[in-house]
Design a protein around this ligand. Sequence first.
Ligand code: GLN
Length: 492
Amino acid sequence: MLTARRIADQVRAGDLDPIDVLEQALQRLAVREEHVRAYLDPDVEFARRMADVVVERLNRGEDPGRLAGVPVSLKDNIAVAGRSLTAGSRALEGYRAPHDSCVAERLIAEGAVLLGRTNLDEFGMGASTESSGFHATLNPWDRERVPGGSSGGSAAAVAAGIVPLALGTETGGSIRQPAALCGVTGFKPSYGAVSRRGVVAFGSSLDQVGPIAAHAEDAALLYDVIAGHDPLDSTSAPGERASALSVRADLEGLRIGIPEEFLDERVDKRVLQQIEKAVQVLGDAGAITKRIPRGRLAHMQHSIAVYHLVACSEASTNLARFDGVRFGPRVSDGHALWPLYEDTRGTLFGPEVRRRIVLGTFALSAGHADAWYRRALSVRALIRREFQQLFDDYDLLAGPTSPFGAFPLGEKLDDPVAMSLCDLLTAPACLAGLPSVSVPCGLVRKGSFKGLPVGLCLTGAQGDDPRVLAAARAFEVARGEPERSPLWELEA
Ligand code: GLN
């Protein structure tokens, strides 16, 4: 599979026909999709119409743009006008988006060919894509394992080599964690760097759209297309954004800190071995790497609890817009009964979503909000400040993306606390609004995750997105092209 950048360059130069590019992707889709089940709606005919439009633009002598002819798959919580949009929920089955999301508008304006919508945990709530209301997605490296989540469909589609690029969304780890578990690059931009207009809301103070790519450079290319101020999103950061591709991909002299808090004892030992090697690669390429003794991120240990209180509180208000559903204790003889919800149209939401709404309404309710929601906001502010202070001394922070590799399907599905640990190392950057990338850094050598990919996570100061992406590109050059899943070269 060609890189997105090469596809676009060749299409713009007239050396490659966008229709051929798409038909090849569709052949890969036809053969590989049954192995991964990455898509909720491949929407093939729509993709063909988009490729035709790119051809018409070329025929008129126009430049189709920076993603000319590049097939890009979107997570199914990102609106494309007139196309299905489920957010992985049966509650939205049959719904069609009335307008384009800002990111879809920008992709179309730059000549991308939107190829289908990918699977996700319902409303983005989960870390394995098993909480999709439709079906699970399988990991291209081992089909008995999860691809991570919630953007597991996008990560699996890229890791299977179906498309070079996809969009995911992240609230607590949903771009970087599936990217790590599938052996591809995933980037969560600074909060506010990418518009959320037309993206189904989960936790509005955390949600960000970001690229998932087979190559770090392509992640930067896609970021450049989608980032930038959107006057129609009040949380979009004002001002010009520097281009990520224009920053030199160079590690020389970068101060990279490795906080001990990122090397938690819950991180798999064999995963840590790959991270140590990756830190060596960063150092050999000229970065000044240094361990940061425990203490400077003292409040990071509360990240999972704070994240769940904030995200669930915001989700409970966001999901209240789906009418016909009332959540709260059903009282009988003065006792609250389980289930603590009443769904007047039958069961629309799956168990994970119901659990989160109940937690969120509880955390926000009169008498409890001070103890839970407001306290969580205070700790969030402390976490953010501790990160800010670290960036006085370091350009980037490095550590593992996920505490472990891809785990077996079903292993954590009935254990929400175990599932929540997937976000141990990703939720902090979300709470602090920081740009953070996961890049593949090798395969586990031994043990329960043998042969599965590990992701190195590089995090920067707020607004430093181009520098984080440049470091990811430089790391990929220094280390060499990432290992590819067994599906990558599968013949039609
Ligand atoms: N796994 C986390 C959760 O379940 C993060 C999800 C996300 O980032 N959308 O909430």
